[in-house]
Unconditional design. Structure first.
Length: 329
């Protein structure tokens, strides 16, 4: 089964199976296992997500993940297949990501660069739609030069669920397909790869960060691209999965001054250290995937050394910092 097969199977059968079942459960008790073990639900969660991963794995970050959902506890009005880059989102509730949103009544599917609507709904309540539209407009402006060919108008759904309304508002750019008249596999895959590049470009340019358009606050003569690379570097270090893996590989003793938190603070300092990304900023290219080579691209530093490495937004390498230290280590 390829990506075209997956999109066709879900978009053309979901309405007749899932929506009919949703209506039926309103008039009778829900049958145990009718949703959980259904073949279509299993397809979306498992095989479809795997097929999507195979399509995006090459040329993406090795921490990129995919997930499919037919709903949490019952059939959803809008099932989806999503791709997450950890620098932008860890899941469907937060950040922004690439997603296939299925419009079941119309047997259509939207390939969309969209937003995590749940967190916005929780924070802004009745203003959620307005906030999502504003954020979509901000991000759309940031990628207008690289998203040519994609639709920027608001997507629509064949029903008025709150989730569909928020997805429509959260849409940044994308393309809509008719399930019964899908283009060929090559075109579908090309659209996905193009949107993934747009996604990576948006990440490099700061995504939802309003500060990204401003010059370096330190007042240096760095270009906007250099400032963005530095900010991306800091987001890489804050990636919790990469940070955890780095500590497993490199240990918990500072590689610059050899400070050991456990030795100094006992149990309270056990397993405490900060991960530092050591690849040159010049290697962070707009639109290119970020590879996580934990052994070679990360090290660990104590809080003081880590701040000295980053001081004045002028990144220096650990070896240089070690030479600058007045005391011998």
């Amino acid at each position: 089964m390829n990506l075209r097969d997956v999109l066709h199977a879900i978009s053309t059968t979901y309405h007749s199976i899932a929506i009919r079942d949703i209506a039926a459960t309103k008039s009778r008790p829900k049958e145990p296992g009718n949703y959980v073990g259904h073949q279509l639900a299993s397809l979306i969660r498992n095989e479809a997500a795997e097929v999507l991963y195979d399509c995006v794995a090459l040329g993406q970050s090795n921490f990129t993940t995919t997930k499919g959902s037919p709903g949490q506890d019952d059939w959803a009005y809008v099932p989806w297949l999503a791709v997450y880059d950890p620098l932008a989102s860890a899941g469907a509730m937060h950040g922004y990501y690439v997603v296939y949103l299925f419009d079941a009544p119309r047997k259509a599917v939207h390939l969309s660069l969209n937003q995590g609507t749940y967190s916005v709904q929780q924070e802004f309540k009745f203003r959620a739609t307005e906030v999502l539209l504003d954020r979509a407009a901000l991000m759309r402006r940031k990628i207008s030069d690289v998203s040519t060919g994609f639709d920027t108008t608001r997507i629509t759904f064949g029903h008025n669920s709150s989730l569909a309304t928020n997805y429509a508002a959260g849409h940044i750019v994308g393309r809509t397909y008719e399930g019964e008249n899908l283009p060929g596999l090559g075109e579908i895959e090309a659209d996905l790869q193009h949107l993934m590049k747009v996604y990576r470009t948006l990440i490099f340019r700061g995504g939802l960060d309003f500060e990204d358009q401003k010059p370096d606050p330190a007042g240096s003569k760095k270009t906007l691209t250099e400032v963005r690379a530095y900010r991306l570097h800091k987001r890489i270090e804050r990636n919790p999965k990469a940070s955890k893996e780095a500590k497993k590989v490199h240990g918990y003793v500072c590689k610059c001054c050899e400070f050991d938190f456990a030795e100094e603070y006992g149990d309270r300092g056990k397993h405490y250290i900060e991960a530092h990304h050591i690849k040159p900023l010049s290697s962070l290219i707009e639109g290119a995937p970020v590879e996580y080579d934990i052994k070679n691209d990360f090290t660990v530093l104590c809080s003081n050394c880590h701040r000295m490495v980053h001081r004045h937004n002028d990144l220096i390498d650990v070896v240089t910092l070690k030479k600058k230290m007045k005391r011998r280590v």
